[in-house]
Design a protein around this ligand. Structure first.
Ligand SMILES: *[C@@H]1O[C@H](CO)[C@@H](O)[C@H](O)[C@H]1NC(C)=O
Ligand SMILES: *[C@@H]1O[C@H](CO)[C@@H](O)[C@H](O)[C@H]1NC(C)=O
Ligand SMILES: *[C@@H]1O[C@H](CO)[C@@H](O)[C@H](O)[C@H]1NC(C)=O
Ligand SMILES: *[C@@H]1O[C@H](CO)[C@@H](O)[C@H](O)[C@H]1NC(C)=O
Length: 265
């Protein structure tokens, strides 16, 4: 029982929830085969004001995919929604997904890890392999609880300092504050607790978008938690939020469903 409570708290505290905008009570992501349909269903709550909804797909160390979801996918009368899409990702790719509003704010938790299963259909895959050099890079050894980390961006190639959004599988997603920026190096604060895994999405707003690999947030008992803005007393007066990947849904997903409603932007 105590262990369960600790797990719940860890789930909540694993990420500063200040930017979580909970609009749907339940979001479910289907499993997926190569070139097969990928379905997201959402219910309860209320559609965000900034529409269309956008499905953000984050394959690791790769290029993110954003898919606008038609507004009629949400039925306000029954408070249910569903959308089906195809992802041009080969079997073996692992990703997480988030259902976002039109401003890029999450409407629920991030999915669990979802792996693309094999199939004989390759018609959705790009015919040319992408050989472009990465334009954003982060040193994984500097990704540490409440510490600054640098993202280098290819200024010479016309790339700007990116907005950086972190995705925690089965957890929160949020934008990291930028604290400095000069000549191709921008500095951000890692607003996540040590021990969790996180993937970063870089977007300079000018068409350059990339994702990092999935990496552990480093740190030790000496690491400050001053960047984590969690109001413990607010955590108990909660609103529900759930997400799951259908193939891997587990009780653990439910333990992370409570979040503080305090402060988001
Ligand atoms: C192959 O995938 C494409 C899109 O990903 C789909 O439209 C098509 O129906 C699939 N073909 C078969 C035989 O399943
Ligand atoms: C980030 O880059 C700045 C300027 O290049 C440097 O002074 C600083 O030590 C770097 N910080 C980290 C965490 O790598
Ligand atoms: C990030 O920026 C927001 C808005 O300026 C501020 O309220 C918040 O405290 C900052 N977070 C950190 C970790 O500095
Ligand atoms: C924390 O949350 C509780 C309950 O929502 C609220 O009464 C209290 O004012 C909050 N404290 C701070 C420092 O925000």
């Amino acid at each position: 029982m105590l262990t369960a409570l600790v797990l719940v708290l860890c789930g909540i505290l694993a990420f500063s929830p200040q930017v979580v905008v909970s609009k749907f009570n339940t979001i479910k992501f289907s499993s997926i085969q190569q070139c097969g349909p990928f379905q997201v269903t959402f219910s309860g709550g209320k559609a965000p004001s900034a529409l269309p909804l956008t499905l953000t797909v984050v394959p690791f160390n790769s290029t993110p995919i954003s898919i606008p979801i038609p507004e009629d996918a949400w039925d306000a009368t029954t408070s249910t929604g569903a959308a089906v899409t195809f992802l041009p990702l080969p079997a073996g790719t692992t990703f997480v997904a988030s259902l976002d509003d039109a401003d890029g704010n999450p409407t629920g938790l991030v999915s669990d890890f979802i792996g693309i299963e094999g199939s004989s259909n390759a018609s959705c895959l790009p015919t040319t392999t992408d050989t472009a050099q990465r334009v954003f890079n982060v040193d994984e050894t500097t990704v540490s609880q409440c510490s600054p980390f640098n993202v280098t961006y290819d200024q010479a190639a016309g790339v700007g300092a990116p907005k950086v959004r972190g995705f925690v599988p089965k957890g929160f997603s949020l934008y990291m504050n930028e604290t400095a920026d000069s000549t191709g190096v921008a500095t951000y604060t890692m607003e996540a607790l040590r021990g969790i895994q996180i993937a970063l999405l870089f977007d300079d707003g000018q068409g350059h978008r990339e994702t990092s690999s999935i990496m552990p947030v480093l740190g030790d008992s000496e690491s400050t938690a001053s960047c984590i803005h969690v109001n413990i007393s607010a955590v108990s007066s909660t609103q529900d939020m759930k997400t799951s990947a259908s193939s891997t849904a587990s009780a653990a997903a439910d333990t992370t469903k409570t979040v503080s409603r305090r402060r988001f932007w």
